[in-house]
Design a protein around this ligand. Structure first.
Ligand SMILES: [Mg+2]
Length: 171
């Protein structure tokens, strides 16, 4: 499958790569999680409400620090059809708008398998120095694969938030 790698930075200068997730690392998704608590889940509304995500300062600080000596690549589970929205959002917050690797529109695999595939392809282009993601399932799998992954903890992952709401009635 090549579609997720359409924006692979094969032509960038040769600095190591710092891989950044977006949702829960740079973007605060909490205001749109209610779309996923609905039955049936309102996935499209959830994705398109990303336009209004507040920025997460901790993630942005990490991104700016990484840019000093890395090339940053965004690897997100957001679908391709939200590319324009996502690029506008990044630009609005004065962040690099790419390279941005997104999930193919009809790829419904769990994010960890999509991201595993993306990392394997990226590693063929450039050494991967770091990966930052807020999804414990992603972090577990990529760590087991041997990548230098860090769990972003400044916002509980949406699965954790939803679980807290279901089991404890609160966030
Ligand atoms: Mg995330």
């Amino acid at each position: 499958m090549t579609e997720p790698l359409a924006d692979t930075p094969a032509t960038l200068p040769g600095r190591p790569l710092a891989v950044f997730d977006i949702d829960g690392v740079l973007a605060d998704v909490r205001h749109r999680l209610h779309h996923l608590e609905a039955r049936p889940k309102r996935w499209e509304k959830f994705f398109y409400a990303a336009d209004r995500d507040p920025v997460l300062d901790e993630g942005v600080e990490r991104l700016r620090a990484a840019l000093a000596d890395h090339d940053v690549v965004y690897v997100t589970g957001r679908p391709e059809r939200t590319r324009a929205l996502t690029e506008r959002w990044l630009a609005r917050h004065d962040l690099p708008t790419g390279p941005l690797v997104m999930r193919p529109d009809h790829d419904s695999r769990p994010a960890r398998y999509v991201k595993r595939e993306v990392l394997r392809r990226l590693a063929g282009v450039r050494p991967i120095a770091s990966v930052l993601d807020d999804d414990p399932a992603v972090v577990d799998l990529l760590t087991a694969d041997g990548w230098p992954v860090e769990l972003a903890t400044w916002l509980p992952h949406s699965s954790t938030l939803r679980s807290a709401q279901q089991h404890h009635g609160r966030t």
